[in-house]
Design a protein around this ligand. Sequence first.
Ligand code: NDP
Ligand code: MG
Length: 391
Amino acid sequence: MQRTIAILGSTGSIGRQGLEIVRELGLPVSALTCRSNIALLAEQILEFRPGLVSVGDSRAAEQLRDILSTKFNLKASDQPEILTDNSGLETAAALPETDLVLAAVVGFAGLRPVLAALEAGKDIALANKETLVAGGEIVMELARRRQTKILPVDSEHSAIWQCLSSAPGRQFKRIFLTASGGPFRNSSKKELAAVTPAQALRHPTWEMGAKITIDSATMMNKGLEIIEACHLFSCTPAQIEVVVHPQSIVHSMVELNDGSVMAQLGFPDMRLPIRLALTWPDRPAADYYRPYDPCAEGANQLVFEPPNEELFPALQLARSAFAAGGLSPCVLNAANEAAVALFLQGKIAFPAIWQIAAEALAQVPAAANLDFATLEWAHNDTIARIMQRHP
Ligand code: NDP
Ligand code: MG
């Protein structure tokens, strides 16, 4: 099936790999968006010819017009419509000609356009896990109401989804959510206190954007993924066991009701789960990936061990945020976004990321309902308070 694709966050790690798949399959592109990487967006426009793009602000829009006209000699009539800010993202997410939206913006900023896409009846290939962490209830409810599909791109969730295809009624007992453990899996408390941004940005098995790389190092990524899985697969954190698996070969496992355990395996390559979400329910033949070899170095000895939750408190923080419900997961996500930004700016130490998240979770405001405006207020308020304490 030839779907027309819009990519939100096309200049990021997932967005760029999404465009590789789009190129390989020759899919039409309706819209692309980024925040400030105008040079790359201009190249993508030249190759994929979307009718509309959206960028962070009017200055970025002006720069883009300038590059397209002067560097690429594109006549105004050959240039896409260029929009900005939140309204631009929402418009890009909801174009009539789009069949599927690849949601690859990082952080809470992705929630608003995902809601706009669902409201417009679009299927979503979802990489942007913060969307489900902060707004899982309203996202899943809107998808149900509009009868649209949310197809997981996150590799673990893609694996779980694939394992569940052999479970009648998608019923299961337990999920084993695998985690690489990040670069500090074997570090001491003392060593963690001295971790620098440069060290935390070196991930052992995956190459990803800065925020998720730090989240992987703190294991907050796995905490967010517990919440993401609870929404996607209608289960509770008690049904999800995190297993550290440093080789990142088994992308997750599911124990079915009859005791059978299904696993999905492969060398780490995000293009595979992205491609599955873009082509599902088909699986067109591909030849660009590294064929799996169970005897290859790195695959012939698979190790699984329980996470050290005392050293990495993020898993427990995520479980308690989900159990508390209300605005708690949204506040946890916001506090983590703020703390990761502060850590990358060198303003706080690595373990302070967990501390800031725990402090924010201890003072979550009550909310009568969880509509987008309330979530956005809680998100911005949490970030503002944390930033105020760390000028
Ligand atoms: P990147 O940081 O590489 O890319 C983020 C993209 O979003 C860029 O296009 C960026 O534009 C854009 N963007 C950033 N902030 C905003 C904003 N405030 N408003 C609008 N657009 C914005 O991230 P990744 O590709 O690594 O991750 C994207 C999402 O996918 C995250 O939620 C992550 O957790 C998830 N994910 C990523 C995986 C990976 O392998 N990378 C694996 C599994 C999940 P610009 O370039 O101009 O800044
Ligand atoms: Mg993942």
